[in-house]
Design a protein around this ligand. Sequence first.
Ligand SMILES: [Zn+2]
Length: 262
Amino acid sequence: MSSRPYAGRHRPVRKGVRRLPATLTGGFLLPTAAAATLVLTATGATVAESRVPSVALTGNQAAFVRTAADTQAAEARVDDAQATERRSQAQLQAAAILGRQQEKQRVARDKARKALAKKKAEAALAATAHKWVMPVHGATFTSGFKMRWGAMHTGNDLACPTGTPISAMSSGEVIFTGWMGGGGNTTKIRYWDGTVSFYEHQSRIIAKVGQKVAPGDIVGYVGNTGHSFGSHLHLEIHPDGGGPIDPHPWMTAHKLMYSGNG
Ligand SMILES: [Zn+2]
């Protein structure tokens, strides 16, 4: 081995200046990340694979391309995230609209249920506490609401034997019992709707003032007391406790029918 003395010396290092490799100086230079992105976007493949297959990238260039690709991927992820966020917002809005619709439907269903319950309760009351029944059974209608013997006859006469039970016509409260002039033994009942009935000429009163009554409860018995010619019930109807009206159409309206021709 010849022993030529080492004559050369190292090229001085110019600090701060990085020289590009020769393979990348002939007009092929990736100046910016954007350029790298463009290349990648246009080809859909890496630079090394298709665009410049003959160019061997240095470590720095490869890193540069990788960084650009990473940046693009990161941007794509941001786009994805934003799209996901928009979808989430849209889903939330749709859910809110659906929620409001469902709430409206729930309220409507509640309302319908309550209305039905109220209707059922009213029907139950109408079938029991609010039903109307005849005060006497088997009676004959003998005298109507009209001028009679020079005076107004303010009720209906229902002829039946003395001792026939007289019933409350619906639920209510007894507000008067006692002797009432020509009416003889009289009972007044105020019903749930405000109507007041008078029962006159009774042979016997068994109800007490303040007593609560249900439809059909017996409150007294038919008689011939007071200004009366023959055993009968004199029935008066006073809407809201006011003046008397003709009982017959009122009775018909309450599906209370009786025979005879008063
Ligand atoms: Zn009468």
